[in-house]
Ligand binder design. Structure first.
Ligand code: ZN
Ligand code: CU
Length: 486
């Protein structure tokens, strides 16, 4: 048989097909031609024709590639385009620009202030126009597809000499102009990080002036809320009202009830989110760990939870050590120790396991790693999130069946972020696929050894090219995904 008469490029034979919609799995073949899925044929129907490459998928699950709904990979996709932490766990698309922090558009007067420094140093902030960032991603061809939000914190630091107050009219117009450029150039939406210093002084009116543009353009609004601690309910209300006024779909980022005094309160927050979602489009994302990670701010050091240092410019050897131990060794309190480490990042063991489970199991919850790719000793969510949701929370804990776990990381985020023909396994969709062993898939990254690839994932395909196979990196075939209509 000569090459030309082969109908398909690749056929996965006899896999358990988990199509991303939440429907129960069925056994069948998946055929790929070019960058698209050309056929999905259930077992028993006439076998799909021959292909250049046949992959035996018996005993394996085949699902759409995972969409990481919440990342800070803006710079990583350019400087570490292999994207090993993500591709190795089956992620084929990352949503960047979360928590008000985006690489573009931004023009910084000096070093990026925290938390913008989570993306890297001053040298990486070179994109005055969002269009230039999108072009740089396309030129780099990272291993994963990229969906980007414009961050309010980045806009503020670029437009305002003093971010400790509300923006004035001229500053708001400058931010509107920058945001409009981003939306025109294909940004999927806008994010805020109202908890963080560069963003904190913005009131609802300022945010509404910006999200209105996002609503008109058909984008989404994602928010790291002002408060995930005692005032979490007030922050939810603020988020709903902001999105309502801006006429924009809302995504609550990394939903949690942080701080010991709030443990268990997801019994209050989830019904409030469910009620709001009946009146307006509301989504949320979460990661499968009872610890968070971000910059270390000496104003926000809770002494009653363990805090592990992920990086420190002042004391690099502190990476991987506990703040409490450092404070003891230095003969000071933890707040003072945090001051000595500054600028620095940390892991905060600030959530209750019962809340993590309740939030993950909530039907509207998407999976987002919130991984920090530039940290020296990163939170294990960077390498482990997706395998952990399926293997630990799905299979071992029994929080949800396989098809629900997969839906939360494929069809659901694709729908929320308006990714057409992604996140589903059907004829005509893009061939972003993962083949994994549903009985073996599990995260291997831990808080002590965080940079370990997940286990049980055998093949990852991005836009029809094999990007990962049996522990080896393959082609880099990711694209910048512009918002529909741009
Ligand atoms: Zn955040
Ligand atoms: Cu984040």
């Amino acid at each position: 048989m000569d090459e030309l008469s082969l109908e398909y490029d690749v056929i996965f034979r006899g896999g358990q097909i988990v199509d991303g919609t939440g429907a129960p799995p069925f056994v069948g073949d998946v055929a790929v031609r070019g960058d698209k899925i050309a056929a999905v044929t259930p077992a028993g129907s006439p076998r799909a024709a021959r292909a250049r490459q046949e992959i035996d998928a018996s005993g394996q699950a085949i699902s759409p590639g995972f969409v990481d709904a919440h990342t800070h990979d803006d710079n990583a996709v350019l400087t570490m385009p292999e994207m090993t932490p993500k591709i190795s766990q089956g992620v084929t698309t990352v949503v960047v620009g979360n928590c008000g922090i985006s690489l573009a558009p931004a023009v910084l007067p000096g070093d990026p202030p925290p938390p913008l420094n989570l993306l890297g140093g001053r040298e990486c902030f070179g994109f005055a126009r969002f269009a230039d960032y999108a072009a740089a991603v396309d030129k780099t061809e990272p291993a994963v597809n990229v969906v980007a939000l414009v961050g309010h914190g980045s806009l503020r630091v670029s437009a305002m000499a003093d971010v400790s107050r509300r923006a004035d009219e001229a500053e708001i117009s400058a931010m509107q102009e920058a945001l409009a450029e981003g939306l025109d150039a294909g940004a999927a939406g806008f994010s805020t990080g109202l908890y963080y210093r560069p963003n904190r002084a913005a009131d609802m009116d300022e945010v509404v002036c910006l999200v209105e543009l996002v609503g008109k353009a058909g984008g989404v609004y994602a928010t790291h809320m002002r408060d995930e601690h005692v005032h979490v309910l007030a922050s939810l209300d603020e988020s709903f009202e902001t999105a309502r006024r801006g006429k924009v779909p809302l995504v609550i980022s990394h939903h949690k009830c942080a701080g010991r005094e709030n443990w268990g309160r997801s019994v209050e927050t989830l019904p409030v989110i469910a009620a709001a979602a009946e009146k307006q489009p509301v989504g949320l994302d979460a990661y499968p760990y009872a610890a968070g990670s971000t910059v270390l701010d000496s104003d926000h050091v809770a002494e009653d939870i363990p805090i592990m240092i992920t990086w420190s410019e002042a004391v690099p050897e502190a990476s991987g050590r506990y703040l409490g131990d450092l404070a003891k060794a230095w003969g000071c309190d933890q707040r003072e120790a945090a001051r000595r480490l500054d600028p620095a990042g940390a892991i905060f063991f600030q959530m209750a396991e019962e809340d993590v489970r309740r939030i993950l199991a909530f039907p509207g919850t998407m999976i987002g790693s919130d991984g920090l790719p530039h940290d020296k000793h990163p939170h294990p969510r960077l390498w482990g999130t997706f395998a952990r949701v399926i293997g630990h929370y799905g299979r071992e804990v029994g929080l949800f069946p396989l098809e629900v776990a997969v839906h939360k990381m494929t069809g659901l985020p694709a729908q929320r972020f308006g990714l057409s023909e992604r996140g589903v396994l059907r004829e005509g969709a893009y061939a972003d696929l993962v083949m994994f062993d549903p009985a073996a898939i599990i995260d291997a990254a831990t808080f002590e050894a965080p940079a370990r690839p997940a286990l049980g994932i055998s093949v990852v395909m991005v836009n029809g090219s094999v990007a990962w196979r049996d522990g080896m990196a393959g082609a880099r075939a990711g694209r910048f995904l512009r918002r529909a209509g741009t």
